[in-house]
Design a binder for this molecule. Structure first.
Ligand code: MN
Length: 227
């Protein structure tokens, strides 16, 4: 196939212990998937089920650097388990959902909170708050073939050595198989799709120069410098 312009580079994530990379197709993000975070954002987790938004595939970055984005004075960290799919489809049954998972990573859903608040108030979309450049720093993926499918274990984020966010994967309102099954009713999921599965409580602002250290038990570490 020939193109009228040079094709953009394929968005991709490194894989632990493998020279090859994981090609990224789409990024789906789950909102308010830990009850304590829903409460800190002013919502009732019993009345508002989780919902989805998207980032752009090349917003996933793995170079350990987060450039503070323009047009915001209040950029927040959200530490999340990333779920990378090797298979997809429509109307995936719950019991087949985990077979679609290639592996897992430790990711940050970086958010321009001030712009998100403005968009919420105006009932406008969230892209300018969520889908900006380098807005999804992510660790190398680890294959499920090596670690299984984590459904419990600590998830935390330190900023400059101080614990900011802390939770457990077992606190997810919607579990990974449920997210995949539900998303597949709304979209045709595909190999290369990545799901960011929501954040525990403790989100807060970051500053230029901050060192972020994220951890998901059994999955790995994410080190990011804000520049
Ligand atoms: Mn999030």
């Amino acid at each position: 196939m020939s193109f009228v312009i040079t094709p953009p580079p394929q968005a991709a994530l490194p894989v632990q212990g493998d020279e090859r990379r994981f090609p990224v197709h789409r990024i789906y993000c789950v909102g308010r998937n830990y009850a304590a975070h829903a409460v800190e954002m002013g919502h009732d987790p019993d009345k508002e089920p989780p919902f989805f938004f998207q980032k752009n595939p090349d917003n996933l970055v793995s170079d350990g650097r987060f450039p503070y984005p323009p047009m915001s004075q209040d950029v927040h960290h959200e530490i999340e388990l990333a779920v990378a799919l090797q298979a997809g489809g429509r109307d995936i049954p719950l019991e087949q959902a985990l077979a679609c998972v290639y592996g897992y990573g430790v990711a940050l859903d970086m958010t321009r909170r001030d712009l998100q608040d403005q968009m919420k108030k105006a009932s406008r979309p969230w892209e300018i708050a969520k889908a900006f450049e380098a807005s999804a720093p992510c660790s190398p993926l680890v294959p499920a073939a090596a670690i299984g499918h984590p459904d419990h274990g600590a998830i935390w984020l330190d900023v400059n050595g101080a614990r900011r966010q802390s939770g457990d994967l077992n606190q997810m309102i919607w579990k990974v198989p449920e997210m995949i099954a539900y998303l597949s009713q709304l979209f045709t999921l595909a190999p290369g799709d990545v799901i960011l599965s929501g954040t525990p409580s403790g989100v807060g602002a970051i500053q230029r120069g901050d060192r972020l250290h994220g951890h998901v038990e059994g999955v790995g570490e994410l080190q990011v410098q804000v520049i």
